[in-house]
Design a protein around this ligand. Sequence first.
Ligand SMILES: Nc1nc2c(c(=O)[nH]1)N[C@H]1C(S)=C(S)[C@@H](COP(=O)(O)OP(=O)(O)OC[C@H]3O[C@@H](n4cnc5c(=O)[nH]c(N)nc54)[C@H](O)[C@@H]3O)O[C@H]1N2
Ligand SMILES: Nc1nc2c(c(=O)[nH]1)N[C@H]1C(S)=C(S)[C@@H](COP(=O)(O)OP(=O)(O)OC[C@H]3O[C@@H](n4cnc5c(=O)[nH]c(N)nc54)[C@H](O)[C@@H]3O)O[C@H]1N2
Ligand code: SF4
Ligand SMILES: [Mo]
Length: 728
Amino acid sequence: MGVETKITFCRICEATCGLEVDVEDNRVVDIRPDPKHVVSKGYACVKGTRWGATQHSPDRVLHPMKRTGDRWEEISWDQAIREIADRIRTQIDRHGPETFAHFVGSAGGAILMSPMFRTALYEGLGTRRMYGTGTCDTMNKFRVNGEMYGAPMRLMYPDVERTSFMMVLGGNPAVSGNTLYHLPRAQERFGEITRRGGRVVFVNPRRIETARAGEHLFIRPDTDVFFLAAFANELIRGGHVDRERVDRHMTGFETLARCVEVWTPERQAEVTGVPAETLRELVRAHAEASRRSGPGQTGAALYMATGVNQGRSGSPCFWLLEAINAISGNLDRKGGTLLGSGLIDMGEAMGELGLTFDREDGLPTVSGIQPSGMLADDILTDAPGRVTAMIVEASNPILACSNPNGRLDEAFESLDLLVSIDLFRNEVGSIADYVLPAQTWMERPEMPYALQSFAGACPTPYMIYADPVLEAPPDVRPEWWIYVRLADELGVDLFGKKLLSFAAKSYAKALYSPIGRFLPGTERLMDGMLKGAGMPGVAAMRKDHPHGLLLPENEGDNFLGTDRVLTRDKKVALAPAPVVEAFERNTERFYAEELANRDRLKLIGLRQIKRMNTASSNSEALVREPTNHAYLNPEDAARIGVANGDDVEVRSDHGKIRIPVRVSDEMMPRTVAIPQCWGHAKADGLSHASKHPGVNSNLLAGDGLEHVEPLSGMSHLSGILIDVTRAS
Ligand SMILES: Nc1nc2c(c(=O)[nH]1)N[C@H]1C(S)=C(S)[C@@H](COP(=O)(O)OP(=O)(O)OC[C@H]3O[C@@H](n4cnc5c(=O)[nH]c(N)nc54)[C@H](O)[C@@H]3O)O[C@H]1N2
Ligand SMILES: Nc1nc2c(c(=O)[nH]1)N[C@H]1C(S)=C(S)[C@@H](COP(=O)(O)OP(=O)(O)OC[C@H]3O[C@@H](n4cnc5c(=O)[nH]c(N)nc54)[C@H](O)[C@@H]3O)O[C@H]1N2
Ligand code: SF4
Ligand SMILES: [Mo]
């Protein structure tokens, strides 16, 4: 056959970098960055270029598997679907529909077809128990967008290409590939802001890799709310408010001003560690940039990511951040923050999924996602409606979610039915009743999902379509197919429409029968979506734009004062009641606690370039280190009496772990970072990962109502109080 080079894009993280893949006999021979990709322009990281080892891992699950005791048995799809459907039915008959839950992980966020059919199946069965790691990373943003702009998917992004002042709190885009807006080549693009005379400031308890592109400012974990409140207050007191814009397009300014007025630069400095004068100087620079307008030199933008989202004040923080962008006149303006447009208007389309209060504990379900921090409670409770059956798609919550003292292991083990849809038998798969083998991203046709294709959160607007690079092994299936087959077996109507449901089920049944190869693939659906939005269809994208198609730039001035503001009065709500109320209820109390705990250590996470959550730990091409480490500032290490390589015991209110130390002046004093998503001690299907399991830091995180942010259902995963001692 010889080697053939195929053009595609990586779907491991949100950067979705362009790739060239050399393929021979349906095997990856080499992967390189695609120099012609219209946005990533020759950038890709090692996770993308070394994907071959994961793709062709001997551990990959290639057939439906059933567990009986310790024994795994290969079964047919017919048997798997029949038995799983039977057992779902039994549980629902016994306990009601809410007993059957779903959990989706971050890899699920890149799969275009799955969400539609997954939701249709669960809605058809009448259950809303759909959990996900969305409540580990970003649900606070969707909640606040709903409150301020009228829909969770009204998601602004910073205009990185034109801004002259950018501040990034709690993200490390050069390593993470960024989140909630498209930014491959992050380091280079932030560097360009500096080169054209602007400023980029990274506010972070760790001197992060990305900070090499600009300035870095230490902040004590989980204190951003005080910093942002003081920033807003200084901005208002200094007269840097765009009154005209505020009066015309926004409500609640006076309430906002009243909320922040007690938060002076001096007061915040007591707990954040950011000197009052530094904050004042930043506000002046921000105000000056906001007034500027010139080519490549206009506007200011604040952005925050998971480090802040995972604190106790994730929603109030995002509210203050968005309010600062808005009142300073930077919202909907070049160089500030913009609302993109995608193939559909996701804000409108997802409206009703935005926010529901279907839980008895009063926690909201944001964007249809139940709080992962309540999952163990929801399983282990005796109350009617408890969860007894669950499908986990593309996730490994046992390592990824708060798991105080192993409580989540216990919860999963107690389920009457557990199904994992995955490439591997991970920790969840190992205790599941069935593991169903999924396709990898190289085996699917795709456009980038949600934020890019549908919401257009792209500073450089573009579109791309990629054919499958490899033919999938004969017995693996796309996730959507599994949901449709289950719906068929359970007699559930999809989308509440008999005819459409019948068509989907017949199609799924025929797809893997002898006539399957004559049927059109799912790219037909994508073709419809593209053409429906006035873009070239799949054939033209494939032929004329394999490296992506650049779309018109977003010039701003297309949101405020238009129907795209989805609040009832069509104005941006600067003081949404539930957020203001939470801010007022908690902030003084949290401040007092911060003052009392100033000398204690706090734990944060650390993403590493070679590891994608738990999903790349089995890659021989990526992971060689035997374990993760606890990173300590030299001052703290000396006080505790430890040096590089010594073991420490780390204790929180929820659990304890033992882990070796690395001493690093990248860390802020009194802050300890431990890379999360290690601790592969129990997976029976990850042969490489089990040789260097490392330690699960989420055994130290709490769960239940007290450790879930009440506005958004976000888990408290960053800024956890800990004690560290030398291990005996
Ligand atoms: N302390 C702390 N904990 C954290 C975090 C933190 O910052 N600090 N981050 C949190 C965040 S943001 C997240 S998103 C979670 C991540 O946790 P998860 O969302 O659970 O994510 P992964 O480990 O990336 O993926 C889990 C599984 O997806 C499988 N997979 C990969 N591709 C596919 C596919 O195409 N189809 C299917 N069916 N399966 C696939 C992989 O084999 C892997 O087993 O961790 C959270 N945990
Ligand atoms: N290499 C790699 N890339 C990934 C992932 C991965 O596991 N590995 N995971 C993917 C996923 S699921 C997601 S959601 C994204 C996340 O993308 P990012 O949000 O960019 O992720 P992180 O690198 O964890 O950045 C969080 C930062 O917050 C800082 N921080 C912690 N606590 C605080 C705080 O209280 N205040 C402030 N200001 N900063 C704080 C941490 O030091 C860290 O640098 O990354 C994705 N990309
Ligand atoms: S940054 Fe790395 S993992 Fe993320 S899309 Fe690009 S190549 Fe893939
Ligand atoms: Mo995430």
